[in-house]
Design a protein around this ligand. Structure first.
Ligand code: TYM
Length: 331
């Protein structure tokens, strides 16, 4: 399939409402990757979602919500492979094989596990601890070369690179070592109310989290009440996390850089600046919400799209799994 072209792979969880951080850090990158014309594979990672308590019926619904958002944002199943992770069993199988070259210490160093569990570590599922191996399997089973993600996934991508290198060193050249691909601006969108924390439906504030499906009124309210910093300048700086975050958001919405935004709003008050950011976010998200409303009700069509994607995905993944099994001495 690849014809020597780099394969792009990324995944997104179906749990939690998708927010502006997901959209800017990841979803937009998926669409540009697909539009570049290189093979692009994207999946809704429902297997990852069982690492925290969940309801099976709800999971099914959330997979469809997430799939509809990605399609509404511009993924085109004619031009990329788009599927549900659990439909392709090679992911789970590959996870086990890769565990042979993943140490307990590797997983113990993962900061996201520590952040997510805090003092409740003993009670966390082993799936949550093991999550990065499944994530490595997701990419390596397609011999993915580029992994577009937000900054919070950096450590996981570094680990999958290490797992691929170790597998090749131990069993012979088989897997591809993938590259982390971060967006130039917006790799870490922060919570609008607490700009020291990343925007997140689990760790952030509801008022500081703009959802992809928020209507115009909700967006204006959230952006309008965003925390700014002391001073009055619209300037990106480490001691101005609130303003810096809004500059990044507007830069993405306008398709420009930080400097252009700083220049345009030089001497303009925070009120007008925030109104411009709200306009930008509304323009960015409104078309996605509108298309979502059209796509989401047709569950049979969504299921058919995911099933067709899974079939294409399986055709690639099964080849890698066969190579891996051969190298590892099975069968
Ligand atoms: P998930 O579902 O938490 O997030 C999906 C994508 O959104 C990015 N993201 C952000 N980007 C910028 N600012 C933020 N505040 C922000 N919050 C989230 C994430 O970096 C991610 O790219 N483990 C992954 C899913 C996954 C995956 C994979 C990704 C499973 N297998 C294989 C790539 C390749 C996750 O939980 O992402």
């Amino acid at each position: 399939m690849a014809d020597g072209k780099p394969i792009i792979f990324s995944g997104i969880q179906p749990t939690g409402a998708k927010h502006l951080g997901n959209f800017i850090g990841a979803i937009r990158q998926y669409v540009t990757g697909q539009d570049r014309g290189d093979p692009a594979i994207f999946c809704v990672v429902d297997l990852h979602s069982i690492s925290v308590p969940y309801d099976p019926e709800d999971l099914r619904e959330r997979v469809l919500d997430t799939a509809a958002i990605l399609l509404a944002a511009g993924l085109d199943p004619e031009r990329c492979i788009f599927f549900r992770q659990a439909d392709v069993r090679e992911h789970t199988e590959m996870t086990w094989y890769l565990s042979a070259v993943t140490s307990h210490g590797d997983l113990d160093r993962m900061t996201q596990f520590k952040e997510k569990t805090g003092s409740a570590r003993e009670l966390a599922s082993s799936a949550l601890f093991y999550y990065p191996v499944l994530m490595a399997a997701d990419v390596l089973v397609y011999r993915g070369q580029e992994v577009p993600v937000g900054e919070d996934q950096r450590q996981h991508v570094e680990l999958m690179r290490e797992i691929a290198r170790r597998f090749n060193a131990r069993f012979g050249e088989t897997l591809v070592v993938p590259e982390l691909v971060l967006p130039k601006v917006g790799a870490r969108i922060m919570d609008l109310q607490e700009p020291e924390r990343k925007m997140s439906t689990t760790g952030g504030t509801p008022q500081g989290t703009v959802l992809v499906l928020d209507d115009e009124k909700a967006i204006r309210k959230k952006v309008g009440s965003a925390v700014t910093d002391s001073g009055r300048e619209v300037r990106a700086a480490p001691d101005k996390p609130g303003v810096t975050n809004l500059i990044d958001i507007l830069a993405v919405a306008r398709g420009t850089g930080r400097e252009e935004i700083e220049r345009e709003f030089d001497g303009v008050g925070y009120g007008d600046f925030k109104a411009a950011v709200a306009d930008g976010v509304v323009e960015l998200l409104a078309p996605v919400r509108e298309r979502y409303e059209e796509i989401r009700p047709d569950e049979a069509a969504l299921e058919a799209t995911l099933a067709a994607g899974a079939e294409k995905a399986r055709a690639i993944a099964s080849v890698t799994v066969a190579d891996v099994r051969e190298r590892m001495g099975f069968g």
